[in-house]
Write a protein that binds this ligand. Sequence first.
Ligand SMILES: [Cu+2]
Length: 172
Amino acid sequence: MKKWLFACIAVTALLVGCGDKKEPAALPEPEMPEMLKVDILTPKEVAINEPIELAAHVEQGGENIDDAIVEFEVWESGKRDEGQMIDGTLDKDGVYKATITFDHDSVYYMFAHTTANGIHNMPKQQITAGTPDMTQILPEDEKADTNMMEHGNGTSGDAQQGEDEKDKKNHH
Ligand SMILES: [Cu+2]
């Protein structure tokens, strides 16, 4: 009977010992701000002369963000100066929406300029409206992208610029 009791205590001690060891390993949680994740939900191919829904889903740390500021910038390829800025409004569950109508076949681009909790993220997407004659499409000015990146609080933008500069150095 005493032997059995001793064994029981020993096992308990082992279990406690194990628990003590595991706890400190779980403690150091990274306290870095979570990335602001913005997914554009607008299809890459749309029709012309009918309202098209611009939509983006915003989340941070796996949570829907319902207090973000989302602005959709839409322009025809190569004509960013003539583009328009449309405020997105919260639909629900971190999804922001706006509508636009494309009045002719062409290739367009959109940025979903998104700001939440002091972080800016701006995914870009190409949208083909109708069936454009690709030989008539102006090339997109990629330099405009880089310039635009500077307006944000620059998390991903800054990183991308850094890489661009490295690339340039490597090529020369
Ligand atoms: Cu932006």
